[in-house]
Design a protein around this ligand. Structure first.
Ligand code: PEP
Ligand code: MG
Length: 890
């Protein structure tokens, strides 16, 4: 016979925390608490398997369920000495749902079940409190009526308000027993009217009605949506918990409360929570009365802390708090009731907490000896560290949502709307806080992005230009907010029926993609000592090295501050947009003969040398990978007539000739066009100049600091071994020339990005001419999925929302597709060169899930934007620990 029902409390505990899948979180923990001797009212859990069977069997229960429930109910009766449905001393029960993971708001609780016109009299007699009995009865009708029978909640609320009005009272406490009697009668009439059925009088019918409502709620639209959002399979099902009622509303020696064993927002080791005297659970949640604090320490003079009001129960609760933390070895979120000064525990679970609290609790618990250092590392979600590195919106501030986009770069930013990078620079220079709003950004906007507090775009995905650059700079960014229409000419942006003008204030939340109208106050980041401690522990554990993607000295400094162990990608094309150099860059691109090109290139050399010198200096001997130019050409072409004329003048050529050249150079699909090493092959003098700048800078910094600088020169967008061979030859020839000129040599590496499927597939051949590989998973995702990085924003969210893809593949690596190519690249490369250095520098290098994958394929390092470095350090440590555990168990 299958066991469908598990008892807990009253001396018989058949479940425990280990049976969470079968009993749901609530049921498993009730049994666990009871089994360690905590005061839990007796009850039973109907398993999640019943839920599955119920749906598989067209909403029919297993044949022997009724018998098992009857037996378990009888056990409760014996345990508490009351009888379900008895008119003298009735047993009342609560019925609650409880899935494997908590699903707040999916299904409300039904309390006081078992009351009817007869048993209410018994309750009045046994409690010697008629008012309490009738108040409990009306609460039951209200809950059961709305939760089980579907009567709109407000129908009861309205009636109660009317009644209070008629009685001339404002507070529920002023309502007498006979008033409640009347209200009960009215409530029942409402039920009859709304449902066409009488309110059930038979306690057994009530019980099965509530059980079926819980199972039925598993498939309601609200629960379905919640499950989808949180990736909870429908097959898990919910359990149902039926438990003897205890009453927090039987007088002033009774109370009910919800609390955390530590402060869930700061992590401080204080008992944190709220309680209400003479109240039932839902009063705390409903906000009808103001709950009071638990401890006296933080209470204001007009508050009544539980410590003072119910000292004995409080002391008992402190003892329970201690036992729970020691037992579960984590911060707990608990619900309790005090009935006639006796404490009862109704729930415990691991408490939700902010990033700051997670960090502090993990460190404190490790120091207290409750958990190990390795466990502390695993307790903090790496992505949540973002919250600690940037200012965040004040949770208490009022907010007026304008629209939502993608949370492209975290933090909160408030400023006035400005539609052009130039104006941003001007206004920021005057000390204004500015938000740059663009349909999309291009490298020309970078200076404006830098000067802005935040960036908002209406097009583009998580690896669009705006997203990548903003993350790199640590600038707040909401990208791809498709609900906004921008009108540059009118200097307005519209979402729905709200139009904002240039100069109006907006606020971005880069952590969740929200855009708010007006100013919203922020709170600054606190990089407390705990942060450093946890990072140190993570560093001791992890195998993967963590580098940063950085091209400006500021980025490099930030990266080092956050603990980067080198630069994994310096995108040189990002260095070409300064106002002092863009002209030369355009001339270089637009030149149609080698001589003119060489002149422009020669002008760029000192800039590049200076850039590299600064980075080498800051990284002080740590490895630095510099990628040779990889520009989608269209980004560099002169836009508009004015720019065209300017370049023509500088080059001494007719505008006409340049216009023709521009159209010859423009491409239908620049991302797959003349970029990367293809450009270096067409114009070897560009790569030669960059190699010269790198080697000259490295020699200079080596001499200056006495440290060995080993530059890593990286060739982008290689698809074939021959491409790397050719570009490598150009580079090596230039290196030799510089060595000769300088009369010295140094160690250097020449490697390639693996960012095209062909490169991954033929990695074994490419490795013959490469000193290292760095996987460019942005382009590899784009080319593997045939999904444009810059255009995916318009439809990709739909794919993710509707489960066509589990996650945005530009954010978290598509293991089956792109991941398989990475694995192939690793295996191919290492087969040729067992010690080939392998890294990743796509955006995935900062994504915790992807980092776990990179650990599993054996990369040497990940490289990510500077602000993600701490996230990556922690994620890498967790990946190492997970890999160790897997090894130990396999
Ligand atoms: C990549 O493609 O993953 C990469 C790092 O290069 P970029 O983003 O500059 O194309
Ligand atoms: Mg790339």
């Amino acid at each position: 016979m299958t066991k469908w029902v598990y008892n807990f409390g009253g001396g018989l505990n058949e479940g425990g925390a280990g049976l969470r899948n079968l009993l749901g979180g609530k049921g498993a923990n009730l049994a666990e608490m009871a089994s360690i001797g905590l005061p839990v009212p007796p009850g039973f859990t109907i398993t999640t398997e019943v839920c599955s069977a119920y749906y598989e069997n067209s909403n029919n229960y297993p044949a022997d369920l009724a018998q098992q429930v009857a037996g378990a109910l009888h056990r409760i009766e014996k345990s508490v000495g009351l009888v379900f449905g008895d008119s003298n001393a009735p047993l009342l029960v609560s019925v609650r749902s409880g899935a494997r993971v908590s699903m707040p708001g999916m299904m409300d609780t039904v309390l006081n079940l078992g009351l009817n016109d007869e048993t209410v009299e018994g309750l009045a007699a046994s409690s010697k409190d008629e008012r309490f009995a009738w108040d409990s009865y009306r609460r039951f009708i209200q809950m059961y009526g709305s939760v089980v029978m579907g009567v709109p909640h407000h129908r009861f609320e309205d009636l109660l308000e009317q009644a209070k009005h008629g009685l001339g009272v404002t507070d529920d406490t002023a309502i007498t027993a006979s008033d409640w009697r009347e209200i009960v009668r009215d409530y029942k009439e409402v039920v009859q009217k709304e449902t066409g059925k009488p309110f059930p009088n038979d306690p057994q019918e009530q019980l099965w009605g509530a059980i079926s409502a819980v199972f039925g709620s598993w498939m309601n639209p609200r629960a379905n949506t919640y499950r989808k959002l949180h990736e909870i399979p429908a097959s898990w099902g919910t359990a149902v918990n039926v438990q003897a009622m205890v009453f927090g509303n039987m007088g002033d020696d009774c109370a009910t409360g919800v609390c955390f064993t530590r402060d869930p927002s700061t992590g401080e080791n204080i008992f944190y929570g709220e309680y209400l005297v003479n109240a039932q659970g839902e009063d705390v949640v409903a906000g009808i009365r103001t709950p009071q604090p638990m401890a006296a320490g933080r209470a204001s003079p007009d508050q009544s802390p539980m410590e003072k009001v119910l000292p004995a129960a409080y002391e008992e609760l402190m003892r329970v708090r201690d036992i729970l933390e020691k037992h579960y070895r984590d911060m707990q979120d608990i619900e309790f009731t005090v009935q006639s000064n006796t404490l009862y525990m109704l729930q415990t679970r691991s408490g939700k907490r902010t990033a700051a609290a997670a960090l502090k609790i993990a460190i404190d618990m490790a120091r207290e000896g409750l958990i190990t250092q390795d466990e502390a590392i695993q307790r903090v979600p790496p992505a949540s560290l973002d919250q600690l590195l940037h200012p965040t919106l004040d949770p208490k501030a009022e907010k007026n949502l304008f629209t939502r986009g993608l949370p492209a770069s975290p933090g909160a930013a408030t400023g006035v709307i400005v539609f052009s990078a130039e104006e941003v620079e001007d206004r920021a220079a005057k000390g204004e806080d500015v938000i740059l709003v663009r349909i999309e950004t291009s490298p020309e906007d970078v200076h404006g992005m830098h000067a802005a507090r935040g960036v908002l775009t209406t097009r583009g995905g998580m690896t669009s230009h705006a997203a990548v650059v903003a993350r790199g700079m640590g600038r707040v960014c909401v990208a791809g907010a498709g609900g906004i229409t921008v009108d540059y000419k009118a200097q307005t942006m519209t979402a729905g029926n709200v139009t904002l003008k240039g100069g109006d204030w907006i606020t971005l939340d880069g952590g969740n993609g929200a855009v708010y109208v007006g100013k919203v106050s922020t709170i600054p980041p606190t990089l407390s000592g705990d942060f450093g401690t946890l990072m140190g522990w993570a560093d001791d554990v992890r195998r993967l090295r963590v580098r940063a993607n950085a091209e400006t000295p500021e980025d490099a400094e930030t990266a080092r501050r956050f603990g980067a162990e080198g630069v994994g990608l310096s995108r040189t094309e990002h260095m070409f947009f300064g106002p002092d150099r863009i002209g030369f860059v355009r001339q270089m691109i637009m030149a149609d003969d080698t001589e003119t090109r060489k002149t422009a290139i020669a002008a760029l050399l000192p800039f590049q040398r200076d850039d590299f010198t600064k980075i080498f200096r800051i990284m002080s001997g740590l490895p630095v990978t510099i990628r040779l130019l990889d520009p989608p050409l269209h980004e560099f072409l002169p836009h508009g007539e004015a720019e065209l004329e300017e370049v023509a003048k500088a080059m001494g050529q007719p505008v006409e000739a340049l216009r023709a050249r521009r159209s010859a150079l423009s491409e239908a699909n620049p991302m797959l066009g003349h970029r990367g090493c293809r450009l270096g092959i067409s114009y070897p003098e560009i790569y030669a100049m960059q190699v010269r700048a790198i080697i000259e800078a490295a020699i200079a910094v080596s001499k200056e600091t006495g440290k060995a600088i080993v530059p890593e020169i990286m060739i982008p967008l290689v698809g074939m071994k021959t491409e790397l061979e050719v570009t490598r030859k150009t580079a090596e020839a230039e290196v030799v020339t510089v060595f000769k000129e300088q009369g010295t040599t140094l160690e250097y590496l020449i490697g390639t990005m693996i960012e095209l499927p062909r490169a991954a597939i033929t990695a074994g051949q490419i490795a013959e001419v490469a000193d290292f590989f760095s996987f460019g998973t942005n382009d590899l995702t784009q080319t593997t999925l045939g999904l444009s990085r810059d255009d995916a924003g318009s439809f990709l969210p739909y794919y993710v929302d509707h489960g066509l893809l589990p996650k945005d593949p530009f954010v978290s690596i598509d293991r089956e597709g792109v991941g398989a190519l990475v694995r192939m690249g690793v295996e191919g490369g290492r087969k040729t060169k067992p010690n080939l250095k392998l890294g990743v520098c796509g955006e995935h290098g900062g994504d915790p899930d992807s980092i776990a994958f990179f650990e599993s394929v054996g990369l040497d390092y990940v490289s990510c934007s500077p602000f993600r470095v701490p996230v990556a350090r922690l994620a890498a440590a967790q990946a190492t620990l997970a890999a160790r555990k897997e090894k130990a168990t396999s």
